[in-house]
Design a protein around this ligand. Structure first.
Ligand SMILES: Nc1ncnc2c1ncn2[C@@H]1O[C@H](COP(=O)(O)OP(=O)(O)OP(=O)(O)O)[C@@H](O)[C@H]1O
Ligand SMILES: [Mg+2]
Length: 257
């Protein structure tokens, strides 16, 4: 079973940006296969990685459920779903990307979620690392059958309120009875004095992994519709993140091959 890194946090704090940097770092620095998993097509992990996203898993399931896509004769529905899921993976030499999509509407919710669970479980077995870019809510995490996350990264903006919301997300994950081996806080887009933030994290009992700076070049890349991976490797944001992962998170020790 692969090493699962889940990136969670409130809306717009930098989950997708940070996920992209982590995936790129894992792919460059460590041996092992990587599955990048995008919970929500609106979160645009594909864009952040500079890829065109494939069909979403939910889209595939819905197509089959409402018969806009028919299972070929002589094939079971399960086998057909497996094939379509494999086809929908965006494969690169360094990692694969899975775009999950979100089940819409109360009717299909249970069915789609149950099928999704099975698919995620089956797929994750094939990879050494799974990096999940979560949506702002925790639905993505609650969808998992294997309720284990090796590393939960709580991304927050550089405000006291942001830190409190990271703590609420951690509490929620615990309420969902997800087994978390390590959880840690990543403060992002910091420009000002960080003392109040450090104090709040300490008060709430959150482990603070790193404080990452605001980097205006990220916005420039976005304006030009370029991947955030265009940010040079020596950018402080990237080196701080890489060093923190290397030193403080047991990621590198988990390689299977
Ligand atoms: N360190 C940073 N410096 C400058 N801009 C940043 C930084 N981190 C993220 N951003 C910008 O902040 C915005 C939000 O980032 P991102 O999309 O990664 O957040 P998110 O948490 O994934 O959002 P959502 O909850 O909508 O999925 C983006 O425009 C991104 O380019
Ligand atoms: Mg996002």
């Amino acid at each position: 079973m692969g090493y699962v890194i889940a990136v969670a946090g409130k809306g717009g704090t930098g989950k997708t940006t940070i996920s992209a940097f982590i995936i790129d770092w894992l792919a460059k620095e460590l041996k092992g296969t990587i599955l990048a998993s995008d919970a929500d097509p609106n979160s645009n992990l594909a864009d952040a990685l500079g890829l065109k996203e494939g069909e979403t898993i939910v889209g595939i399931l819905e197509g089959i459920a409402n018969s806009t896509d028919t299972v070929p004769a002589g094939m079971t529905k399960e086998r057909y779903i497996d094939l379509k899921v494999q086809e929908s993976l965006v494969e690169t030499p360094r990692f694969d990307l899975l775009v999950m999509g979100r089940p819409e509407g109360p009717g299909c919710y249970c069915y789609a979620n149950n099928v999704l669970r099975g698919i995620i479980e089956k797929l994750e077995k094939n990879y050494d690392y799974i990096v999940m870019d979560n949506e702002a809510g925790m639905e993505h995490l609650s969808r998992r059958t294997r309720r284990k996350i090796d590393l939960l990264l709580l991304v927050s903006d550089a405000t006291v309120v942001g830190i409190r919301s990271a703590k609420r997300i951690l509490d929620l994950a615990n309420e969902l009875e997800i087994e978390i081996t390590k959880s840690t806080l990543l403060v992002n887009r910091s420009i000002l004095d960080v003392a109040p933030i450090k104090n709040e994290a300490k008060k709430l009992g959150l482990d603070l992994l790193e404080i990452l700076p605001e980097d205006p070049r990220i916005n420039e890349l976005k304006i030009e519709n370029k991947s955030v991976l265009g940010l040079t490797q020596d950018a402080e944001l990237r080196t701080l993140l890489a060093e923190a992962l290397k030193k403080r998170c047991p990621v590198a020790k988990k390689i299977v091959h």
